[in-house]
Design a protein around this ligand. Structure first.
Ligand code: SAH
Ligand code: SF4
Length: 379
């Protein structure tokens, strides 16, 4: 019988698996703490687990994360790992430290089937879903790679990573069955113990799965909007033809009834001459008027083979100002880790084409825009 990779199992699955081995549930908890809290990669290290059980585990199970193919650190502290997921496929994990938090951006699929027109991952096409082990393995690997440096820096920090965003490669809600146990492990006190508010799933608008997530494991939600009208959104995000804006915004409102945060974050990639006009900012204000939200503007990050351009800084500021004046808290994402291509889609692309170092994509840091003016949202 093939060995079971314990990184695939959340608490319930691990407890059930120990049950099939004739072991008590508390063993599952003990082993879970070793794996996820302490980063154990082999059973020998588990000193409070009886030797006979350790030997049995070594025969029946493994703790196997996807291998790191390459990594890089930027002068601003950003770290990036290229993780091999079989064949010539690779995905990216990016760590972004800031003053008050440290965010890990993780991937859920090799490639992506949604095929958004402005996305390097989408343009690669879809290869396959990652397993739960490959998804949680990114956090397991990064947390335990980084923790020694965090501990050495003092200040009492016991964890390297305080926030996780599902904003790497892939559409998380098209790989729901593998993502859900990974989410549960992130929140589990015997694993990573992150609060629901500090784990954000980003989706291009898989409406039925948004409802399912609200029931199964409500975490913070970011929705990739990118356009104020169905005509334009269907062009940029083909999934809009299946789940148009009215349905998507309806799902957002339903999600808010379960969400750990009292707003949805709308992501909006700003593309020069496509969706960045003042008129479109005003249309956007009207579209989202009855959804409690924040808007995160992401100036388009060009990549080789893309026909789109990034708007200039003034255009971005003017677009943001209209939203802010309309009463919506608006932030602009700024690029980090440029010197290591710490942009999702970038390093994995470079595996196939090592000469392609000029193209840059978005990174995760969010910079607060000026506070909103007291003007009420127009109705
Ligand atoms: N598939 C999910 C999550 C991963 S993408 C989603 O689409 O929401 C994370 C964010 O990066 C999304 O808002 C996505 O639209 C944006 N993005 C993709 N390509 C980009 C590019 N070239 N420039 C700027 N942002 C991009
Ligand atoms: Fe997939 Fe998100 Fe890229 Fe669209 S933006 S192709 S949903 S990864």
């Amino acid at each position: 019988m093939a060995a079971v990779n314990l990184l695939n199992l959340d608490r319930d699955a691990l407890t059930a698996w120990f049950g099939t081995m004739g072991e008590k549930p508390f063993r599952a908890r003990q082993v879970m703490r070793w794996i996820h809290k302490r980063g154990a990669a082999d059973f020998d290290a588990m000193s409070d687990v009886a030797r006979t059980l350790r030997e049995k585990l070594a025969r029946e199970a493994t703790i196997t994360a996807a291998p790191i193919l390459r990594s890089g650190s930027s002068s601003d502290g950003t770290r990036k790992w290229l993780v091999g997921v079989g064949g010539d496929e690779a995905v990216e994990t990016v760590y972004i430290p800031e003053d008050d938090r440290a965010t890990l951006c993780i991937s859920t699929q090799a490639g992506c089937a949604v095929n958004c027109r402005f996305c390097a991952t989408g343009m690669q096409g879809f290869s396959r879903n990652l397993t739960t082990a490959e998804i949680i393995g990114q956090l397991w690997m990064a947390e335990h790679e980084l923790r020694p440096a965090v501990a050495a820096a003092g200040e009492g920090a016991t964890r390297a990573i305080s926030n996780v965003v599902f904003m790497g490669m892939g559409e998380p809600l098209q790989n729901y069955d593998a993502v859900l146990p990974a989410l549960r492990l992130m929140l589990d006190d015997d694993a990573y113990g992150l609060s629901r508010r500090r784990v954000t799933v980003s989706t291009s608008g898989m409406v039925p799965m948004m409802d399912k997530l609200a029931r199964d494991c409500p975490v913070a939600l970011a929705v990739s909007l990118h356009a104020p009208t169905d005509a334009l959104r269907s062009e940029l995000v083909p999934l809009n033809r299946k789940y148009p804006l009215a349905e998507l915004l309806g799902a957002c409102k339903r999600y808010l009834q379960h969400s750990p945060r009292d707003f949805i974050t709308f992501e909006y990639v700003l593309i020069a001459g496509v969706n960045d006009a003042d008129r479109q900012a005003r249309e956007l204000l009207q579209r989202v008027a009855d959804v409690s939200c924040k808007i995160n503007l992401i100036p388009f990050n060009p990549f080789a083979g893309s026909k789109y351009r990034r708007p200039d800084a003034q255009r971005v500021r003017d677009f943001a100002a209209i939203l802010t004046e309309g009463g919506i808290v608006t932030t602009v994402r700024r690029t980090r880790g440029d010197d290591i291509d710490a942009a999702c889609g970038q390093l994995a692309g470079a595996v196939r084409d090592r000469t392609d170092v000029a193209a840059r994509r978005a990174t995760i840091e969010i910079v607060a825009a000026p506070p909103p003016t007291p003007t009420p949202t127009p109705v």
